[in-house]
Ligand binder design. Structure first.
Ligand SMILES: [Mg+2]
Ligand SMILES: [Zn+2]
Length: 191
């Protein structure tokens, strides 16, 4: 049986969007996020974070800092009984000064690279997977990988709502917990 994932944007979806946080101390996780991830775990859906972290390419912090932050964030979820199965991030910034990162990569959302990597690592059925995010790029990313998009109104979601109207209709949820509940209900009906 192939696995399905719920891809989760990080900043503005799981935690407050606070510019370019380089360490976990700057991260404020939304209260509903733990229960959302727990619910996805129980529903048998993988919870996989996919995040653009151009702060690396902009020289604000290093890839190792992002990895430490993600380890600590994963531990914070684990301590509340919620398992984030993996974190994937794009460190690139095309307009940056650091030649290691100033590339037109395939992994900056809405490009599909992060999901393709996860699909290869976990054996995912992307067409039966989901993406929850707060920006138009998250919705386009979902379309690009053939997954079902859900827009949340946290982070930049309210501003994004007008802009995604020009895309195909998407489900809109107040936040990540109600998004997860919508997905879980939809999965139950499909069985
Ligand atoms: Mg976001
Ligand atoms: Zn990239």
């Amino acid at each position: 049986m192939t696995k399905r994932a719920v891809f989760l944007d990080r900043d503005g979806t799981l935690n407050e969007d606070a510019g370019y946080p380089g360490n976990f101390g700057k991260i404020t996780i939304y209260p509903g996020s733990f229960e959302a991830v727990r619910g996805l775990n129980e529903a048998g859906l993988l919870a996989i974070v996919v995040s653009n972290q151009s702060g690396v390419g902009r020289g604000f912090f290093g890839e190792a800092d992002v990895e430490v932050l993600h380890r600590e964030m994963g531990a914070a979820f684990a301590s509340r009984g919620a398992r984030i199965d993996a974190f994937y991030f794009c460190p690139h910034f095309e307009g940056g000064a650091d030649p290691r990162y100033a590339v037109a990569c395939d992994c900056r959302k809405p490009r599909p690279g992060l999901a393709l990597r996860a699909a290869a690592d976990f054996g995912l059925d992307l067409a039966r997977s989901y993406m929850i995010g707060d920006k138009p790029d998250d919705i386009v990313f979902a379309r690009n990988i053939g997954a079902t998009p859900v827009l949340v109104l946290t982070g930049q979601g309210r501003a994004s709502r007008m802009r995604v109207r020009t895309l195909d209709p998407v489900h809109v949820a107040s936040g990540v917990l109600s998004a997860a509940r919508w997905i879980i209900r939809r999965e139950r009906r499909a069985r």
